[in-house]
Unconditional design. Structure first.
Lengths: 68, 398
């Protein structure tokens, strides 16, 4: 089973860049553009690692981290 | 030790003068109160205070009051000017009696001029006038000199207040420049980061990318390089506009044709952009082709950025003897609270972090339209869209 990484950032081009590079390293990648989306994904599927941005609309990285 | 020989009533009066001059919020009301208190023991009709303008080395009136006879003279403090200049030149108290042979009471002016000091330097002059006398007695001269001392202190306070204001303005300017640097370095770093990140990714020797991925990455690099170039242009532009060195090169032009040209250029980058044109045949105006093109390119680029996928409607017409262009999108609109600020330098509507910008575009637009003696403003309704209005004067000679 490959490890699953969730990347959270409100800038789509960052998400795409990290996603493309991590996939070639053999990881499975999920992406979210804010904290609310991130919590949705985290609670519905197994995630091994989260890369979390701090400043984001709707819910920032600190609140997201606390809720998780 | 024996008790003071000073008369208690005199002391109480001097204390009143002192309190009037010092216990006030600003120099002007300090002078008001000082002179009212002075007048109970020292009669005068008019008083004027002149200050040395250090740059021009000339005197200018900073305070004038007519309290007694000859109230009409209040606005015009020219009556004391020649004496004030004399006091300044001699750096001493001067009494000037009426011109001999003057019969009219108003020309029987008894003048008293006192130098005002900051340290040992004469920085101003206070002039009193009495129409028809009486002459200034020695004790009254002493009293006037006491008042002059406090007037000097108030002038110093004025200088202090002015310095404070200038300092505040400067501080604000420095703050704005700091904000500018912080914003700009962040904004420059973002596109540069993408260019670096995606090219490094493409150049990885341990992996290969299929054609689709490669094309996607190269497109991002291309777009981010454009964005960087535009950002640098905007920064230079705004610096130029800020130092007022922008010169319009004005010529007769047709705005409807200019807008059509802009649309052709915008469409090469955004082929799917939907634009509805209602270009009434409008009279030519005097305008700078390059600058006005810049304004409309900016409006298009904003609409594409902040109202993606929305149709844009451009209307030109003549209204109130001026040319009016309306530029509307059907995007998310701008919250009312932010509308008053959107033409300010470096201002960016909060909450748009996914969209990039320097907060310079609309500032530049406003500067350019204002230089054309025109007006630009915006109306916006949430979830309905935004409309920018540009009004430009029509030249009747064209």
């Amino acid at each position: 089973m490959p490890k699953r990484i969730l990347i959270v950032d409100d800038e789509p081009r960052y998400l795409r860049l990290l996603e493309a590079n991590l996939r070639t390293e053999g990881y499975e990648v999920a992406t979210a553009q804010d904290g609310v989306q991130a919590i949705d994904i985290f609670s519905s599927q197994p995630i091994d690692l989260i890369l979390l941005d701090i400043m984001m609309p709707r819910m920032d990285g600190f609140s997201t981290c606390q809720r998780i | 030790m024996s008790d003071s020989q000073l008369d208690p009533r005199t002391l109480a009066y001097i204390q009143t003068l002192f309190q009037s001059a010092t216990m006030t919020d600003d120099w002007k009301s300090g002078l008001d109160k000082l002179l009212i208190a002075l007048r109970t023991e020292f009669v005068f009709d008019n008083v004027a205070i002149y200050e040395v303008d250090p740059t021009a080395l000339s005197l200018e009136v900073v305070y004038a009051r007519a309290v007694g006879r000859g109230k009409a003279a209040e606005a015009d403090a020219a009556w004391g000017e020649s004496l004030a200049n004399l006091v300044l030149a001699r750096e001493s108290v001067i009494v000037q009696d009426p011109v001999e042979g003057a019969t009219e009471r108003i020309s029987q002016a008894y003048l008293l001029g006192l130098p005002l000091y900051s340290g040992s330097k004469v920085t101003g002059v206070m002039v009193f006038i009495r129409f028809g006398g009486p002459i200034y007695k020695d004790t009254q001269m002493s009293l006037a000199m006491v008042a002059g001392g406090w007037a000097s202190a108030l002038l110093n306070r004025k200088a202090h207040e002015e310095t404070h204001q200038k300092l505040d303005a400067l501080r604000q300017k420095v703050q704005l420049q700091d904000d500018f640097l912080a914003t700009i370095s962040h904004e420059l770093r973002t596109p540069l980061g993408f260019i670096k990140g995606y090219s490094t990714t493409l150049l990885r020797s341990d992996t290969t990318w299929d054609t689709e991925d490669s094309k996607e990455f190269l497109t991002i690099i291309d777009e981010e390089a454009d964005r960087l170039a535009q950002l640098i242009d905007n920064i230079l532009e705004s610096a130029k506009l800020q130092s007022h060195s922008v010169k319009l090169s004005v010529q007769p032009l047709r705005l409807d044709a200019l807008i059509r040209d802009v649309i052709i250029r915008v469409r090469t980058r955004h082929p799917n952009l939907e634009v509805e044109l209602q270009l009434e045949k409008v009279p030519p105006i005097q305008g700078d082709n390059v600058r006005l093109t810049q304004v409309f390119e900016n409006l298009f680029s904003n609409a594409i950025k902040y109202a993606p996928g929305s149709k844009i409607t451009v209307v030109t017409k003549v209204e109130n003897n001026a040319l009016l262009v309306t530029f509307s999108d059907h995007g998310p609109g701008i919250p009312k609270a932010y509308l008053p600020y959107i033409f300010e330098r470096f201002y960016r509507v909060p909450g748009n972090r996914t969209n990039t910008g320097s907060g310079l575009g609309l500032y530049i637009c406003n500067q350019i339209i204002t230089a054309h003696r025109g007006k630009i403003w915006v109306e916006s309704e949430l979830d309905q869209g935004s409309t920018f209005y540009i009004q430009l004067p029509i030249d009747p000679t064209l």
